[in-house]
Design a protein around this ligand. Structure first.
Ligand code: MG
Length: 166
C-alpha cells in the first residue's frame, strides 16, 4: 500500500455554487479564454496543507480543471502547484458512460495502490468507485455544493487517514 492521497475537486467543493460565508470572494478565472466566476476561500489552502502535514498525505487535484487548477485555483486559495488526475475530455454519453462515471474511472486508474480521501460533491462517486476493480482503501467525503469544503470535512479525513496508519 502506497502513501495516502487527498483528492480535491474544484467545482462544488472549493468553489461552492453560492456564497456560503464572507470568507469567500468572487474570482474570475479564464482557462483557455473561457471566463468562469468562482467563489473561492483563501483559507482553504492552509486547512488542506495542515491536513497533509498532520497525516503525511499528498494533495492532488481530481477535477475537470486538471492542470488549469494550478494556474487559476491554487494561488487564489493558498495552495502550491499540485499533481493532478489527468481526466480527458468527456467523450459524451454516446460512448455509454456518464460524466460522473468517466471521472471516477480516471481517478481509480490514477491512484494505483495508494489509499485516498476524496473531497467530492458528485453524489454517485462512492457507488461508482465500488464498481471499479481493485480500488485501494478510500473515503469519499461528500461535500454539499451549497456549503463548500468546511473544517468538519477535513476532520473526518484526518481521522480516517490516521486510523489507516495504525
Ligand atoms: Mg464537483
Amino acid at each position: 500500500m502506497g502513501s495516502p492521497l487527498v483528492l480535491l475537486d474544484v467545482d462544488g467543493v472549493l468553489n461552492p455554487f453560492e456564497r456560503p460565508g464572507e470568507e469567500y470572494h468572487r474570482h474570475r478565472c479564464s482557462p483557455r479564454g473561457v471566463t468562469f466566476r468562482l467563489w473561492l476561500n483563501a483559507g482553504h489552502g492552509r486547512m488542506l496543507l495542515d491536513l497533509a502535514e498532520r497525516t503525511g498525505a499528498e494533495i492532488a487535484w481530481a477535477s475537470y480543471w486538471c492542470e488549469e487548477a494550478n494556474e487559476w485555483i491554487a494561488p487564489r486559495v493558498g495552495l502550491p502547484a499540485l499533481p493532478y488526475v489527468p481526466i480527458p475530455q468527456f467523450p459524451g454519453a454516446e460512448e455509454g458512460v456518464s460524466l460522473g462515471a468517466w471521472k471516477v474511472r480516471h481517478v481509480a486508474a490514477w491512484v494505483g495502490d495508494r489509499p485516498f480521501v476524496w473531497f467530492e460533491d458528485e453524489l454517485d462517486a462512492a457507488e461508482r468507485l465500488a464498481g471499479e476493480d481493485g480500488v485501494p482503501p478510500h473515503l469519499l467525503v461528500a461535500v454539499d455544493p451549497m456549503e463548500g469544503l468546511a473544517a468538519h470535512h477535513l476532520d473526518r479525513a484526518a481521522e480516517w487517514i490516521e486510523a489507516l496508519a495504525r
